[in-house]
Design a protein around this ligand. Structure first.
Ligand SMILES: O=C(O)CC1=CCC(=O)O1
Length: 257
């Protein structure tokens, strides 16, 4: 299977620790904007769009988590990066688990936010894929937004939430559907014990998409990992609790373990 050449943006000083940022299903690399000021000159940040998302090409689905992971390995090769830390939220975390289990030499520290190693029922992901292929992204945008942010945050800060709805609506339907099919076919629970990278798992206490039980299962499967459950956060915890998430990531990536 040929890797897809991913769209990416790199920022931060050469020589600082490198951190890859992989986003959620239906997002693009702008979802990490809430972290950029905090990472500033402390990290060299490589944000990328998964295949079928944002500025990356949209090959016809279905995809697999392995396909997405191999795309990121090819991105590292293209950028001349042998080894980097990796932080992924949701789909991005699924890709991070695959990379840490199958290419451990490439991953330094690992941060897994609001994600799952296995997210049944598969049929619901296949139905969602069919829905966007027939009805377009607009047909699911409000429902997705309802999982990304708590009702309280949506009501209090509608102007902050609006760009995320536009982000979901702009995601290519075939790319979104291909990634839904990757999640449908995924079960990485048995691979978790292979992960040796120092791992921080962050869950959102109010995340309806990947509730904290998923973070607990990942934490139980990865020896030496740490689990933080954030209050006042739904699925896009990095946007709803930006300061807390940025600090947790920075402390973990820059620690000496
Ligand atoms: O259900 C959603 O839209 C949230 C989600 C689950 C996996 C992912 O990447 O996003």
């Amino acid at each position: 299977m040929t890797a897809t050449t991913l769209f990416q943006r790199t920022s931060g000083p050469l020589g600082a620790p490198t951190l890859l940022l992989g986003g959620s299903l239906g997002s693009n690399l702008d979802m990490w904007r809430p972290q950029l000021a905090a990472f500033g000159d402390r990290l060299r940040v490589v944000r990328f769009d998964h295949r079928g998302h944002g500025g990356s090409p949209v090959p016809p689905g279905p995809y697999s988590i392995e396909d997405l992971g191999r795309d990121v390995l090819a991105l590292l090769d293209r950028l001349g990066i042998e080894r980097a830390s990796y932080c992924g939220l949701s789909l991005g975390g699924m890709v991070g688990m695959w990379m840490a289990a199958h290419a451990p030499g490439r991953i330094d520290k690992l941060v897994l936010i609001c994600t799952a190693a296995h997210l049944p029922p598969a049929d619901s992901w296949r139905s969602r894929a069919e829905q966007v292929r027939t009805g377009g992204m607009g047909s699911i945008a409000d429902a997705v937004l309802g999982r990304w942010f708590t009702p309280r945050y949506r009501a209090a800060l509608p102007a902050r939430v609006a760009p995320y709805r536009a982000m979901i609506a702009a995601c290519p339907a075939e790319g979104y559907a291909g990634c839904c099919e990757a999640i449908a076919a995924m079960d990485q629970l048995a691979d978790l014990p292979r992960i040796t990278a120092p791992t921080l798992v962050i869950a959102g206490a109010d995340d309806p998409a990947t509730p904290p039980e998923h973070g607990e299962r990942i934490h139980a499967g990865i020896a030496g990992s740490r689990l933080v459950v954030l209050q006042g956060a739904a699925h896009l915890a990095n946007a709803e609790q930006p300061d807390a998430v940025s600090q947790l990531i920075l402390d973990h990536v820059r620690s000496d373990d």
